[in-house]
Design a binder for this molecule. Sequence first.
Ligand code: SF4
Length: 307
Amino acid sequence: MSTPEDKLLMEEIKRIKNEKSVYIIAHYYQRDEIQDIADFVGDSYAMAVAAKNSPCDTILVAGVDFMAESAAILCPAKTVLSPEPAATCPMANSIEVSDVLKYKQEHPDGLIVSYVNTPAAIKAVSDICCTSSNAVKIIEKLPPDARIFFIPDENLGSYVASKLDRPLDFYPSSCPIHAAVSKDDILQRRAEYPDAEVLVHPECDPEVVASADFVGSTAGMVAYAAKSTANAFIIATECGIMHEIKQSNPDKKLILAKEELICSNMKSITLEKIRYSLENLQTIITVPEDIRVKAAVALEKMITYSS
Ligand code: SF4
């Protein structure tokens, strides 16, 4: 619920962004009030496409650093702003370029499929990127006999491997928020809300994924909740998604799988920081051109393979 102070700030932000012609793109895990002032709200795949199609030459990305970087990679002629460049993703930062190069040396014919939750330098040494909404579709289109290094989310990789019944090589990393949900959390919530359907993000542990009624990306959950006849949902992903689901399903009950599903990096972005960023046109996110060009190939390939 927005406070009166929030409402004033939101009006001010709308005025400045219109005056300066800035397009605001936000992730579903952003604070409710930030989702409300954004021109576009979506998952990381939709955010990348929205950046490419932005009607303005300046884009403000309300999300963690790799999301702003993806916009800068895909839109070299546009100015990309981050209201909080220190907002990062621990999973994205868990893998080094040297880990990828080592794999390539050991498996010269192997393909590197990197989740968009990676820094630009990792995308630059990848063959193709993916998100949780298109990972299955993309790997399905790769040569069936190719050895694949799926980085860096082992849980998402396990989900894709099980959906396609295809072995993948993994990197030992995961999202600390999603990995915190246990099968017992789901069982407890099911006991409390027996009529609720359980919606689980594929970044969760395979045991949690196996206990779901629906497994999908944030965008997938939003779409599923809208079409399901269930009146209540137990949600196993970051709490920010509840805002979007609630808006299109005001009469349905939403229950988080556990209370602590909050990404502090996503929540470090505030209305105040967005106002400052718009007023001062800071912080401009850039990617060194040699890395950008290579990373753009992997991201553009993802968009092509997803359509
Ligand atoms: S929710 Fe997880 S994957 Fe997403 S930004 Fe936060 S730590 Fe990274």
